[in-house]
Design a protein around this ligand. Structure first.
Ligand code: ASP
Length: 440
């Protein structure tokens, strides 16, 4: 059994957090591979090391004094080392980094040093073999990951060492230069490593008890989701829930490796388990059938009307082509007999919608009505809603009883998602009403 673990920045922000991580690693012998982020914030007003590194680069570039920022970065690592009584030669590491500091230092190299140094320290603290990500995570020249070479190298390394630590967030280009993933990219490193080593589970340790059922800014008591499928997760993140980066999911999903979101500060909490499916559920009953409720504000409705529209698909096709041409996202497409509406994000519409509108009128002769910024879309997502009677009834009556009008209704054919559009002023209230109707 192998568990690949990844710890995020807040789980590694200081020596106290380091100690928690060590305890977590030691309580389970199958946790043998660890990927670390750079130190994150210790409190709300603190800085993330990665942000400071990027700031340092900006100062270098514009010839602005950078020593004070560099000092802050150094202090963070030195204090972790002192407080844990470690011996990692940070003096040498910082001399090396300093020797690269010039106007032209690569931003990727500098940004990657947060995870690099953190892995050095944590490696010593855990007694794990340090493996530099530049020697195991390989990119092609076009910036995409070289999957084959990366997986093969990781397997070779894992054959030799039983316990390894790898810094997240970066790898190397064919010429050896460091390249980083997008922000938050240590999650991706963890997933790549888990997939390459055919891990039994990929544990992603963070500072919350998993993915919440709904936005805690709207429902402060929102509970975590115990289990969610990848398909549901896509629906939830598409509609607004900020969960994991798409690139994180891909490598582990492909191999059907369960992804478990866990809380470093509450290690006994089982967190959220993400899988392709949960076959064990067939024999369970009474489990909650709504997995999550999410939504996004600020959509506009563009309604196109023309008589005999449904007999002639030209107008529909032309309008869709124009939306595609102008790269305006289509969130929903509710339709009637002689009209249909396109629901699109207001910001995109304001940016380039009026040019598109003129073209629609010119090429189709249809009437176009614009309701700007009127609508918010809410999705109720749940794999267990499929073929269950009365779910939409519950949604509609809950909203109706609370005096919330529904402007748009849609359900996907797979029935894992019911989407409704409400006036933006009702958005938060609608989410609260739905949460309290479905989550007991
Ligand atoms: N340290 C990097 C960032 O802040 C990568 C990560 O934490 O995943 O974006």
């Amino acid at each position: 059994m192998l568990k690949v673990t990844k710890f995020g920045g807040s789980s590694l922000a200081d020596s106290r957090q380091f100690a928690k991580v060590r305890r977590i690693m030691e309580t389970d012998a199958s946790r043998r591979v660890i990927i670390v982020s750079a130190p994150g914030k210790r409190h709300a007003k603190d800085n993330k090391i990665t942000d400071l590194l990027y700031l340092c680069k900006a100062h270098l570039r514009y010839d602005v004094e950078y020593e004070s920022i560099f000092k802050l970065i150094k202090e963070r690592f030195f204090s972790i080392r002192e407080e844990l009584g470690l011996r990692t030669d940070l003096e040498k590491e910082f001399t090396e980094i300093r020797s690269h500091l010039s106007k032209n230092v690569s931003a990727d190299y500098l940004a990657s040093r947060g995870e690099y140094l953190n892995a050095r320290l944590m490696g010593e603290y855990l007694g794990y073999q340090f493996i530099d990500a530049k020697d195991v995570i390989f990119f092609h020249y076009d910036g995409t990951l070289n999957h084959e070479k990366t997986a093969a190298r990781l397997r070779e390394i894992y054959d030799v060492y039983e316990h390894i630590i790898i810094p997240g967030f970066y790898g190397s280009m064919p010429n050896g230069e460091i390249k980083v993933f997008s922000r938050g990219g240590s999650d991706i490193t963890g997933a790549i490593v888990a997939a390459a080593l055919d891990a039994d589970i990929y544990e992603n340790w963070t500072d919350v008890n998993g993915i919440l059922l709904t936005d805690p800014r709207i429902v402060p008591e929102a509970k975590p989701i115990a289990r969610v499928t990848y398909e549901e997760l896509r629906e939830l993140s598409y509609r607004g829930a900020s969960v994991l980066h798409e690139d994180t999911i891909f490598p582990v999903r492909q191999k059907d490796i369960p992804l478990n979101i866990r809380n470093t500060n509450e290690p006994d909490n089982p967190g959220t388990m993400i899988r392709e499916s949960f076959p064990e559920e067939a024999s369970e009953n009474g489990s909650r059938f709504v997995t999550g409720i999410t939504g996004r504000k600020d959509y506009s409705i563009i309604t196109i009307s023309k008589s005999h529209l449904s007999d002639n698909l030209y107008t529909l096709r032309k309008v869709l082509e124009l939306f595609d041409h102008y790269k305006l996202p289509i969130a929903q497409l509710p339709s009637g007999i002689d009209c249909f509406s396109v629901v699109t994000p207001t910001a995109d519409w304001k940016d380039r919608g009026y040019e598109l509108l003129a073209e629609i009128q010119k090429s189709t002769g249809a009437r176009v009505r614009v309701e700007e910024d009127e609508i918010s879309l809410i999705s109720v997502v749940g794999r267990q809603m499929a073929y269950r009677k009365g779910v939409s009834g519950l949604i509609f009556s809950a909203l109706g009883e609370n005096d919330i009008n529904i402007r748009i209704i849609e359900q996907s054919a797979g029935e894992i998602n019911i989407m409704i559009g409400v006036a933006t002023e009702d958005f938060e209230k609608a989410i609260r009403v739905l949460y309290s109707s479905f989550v007991k």
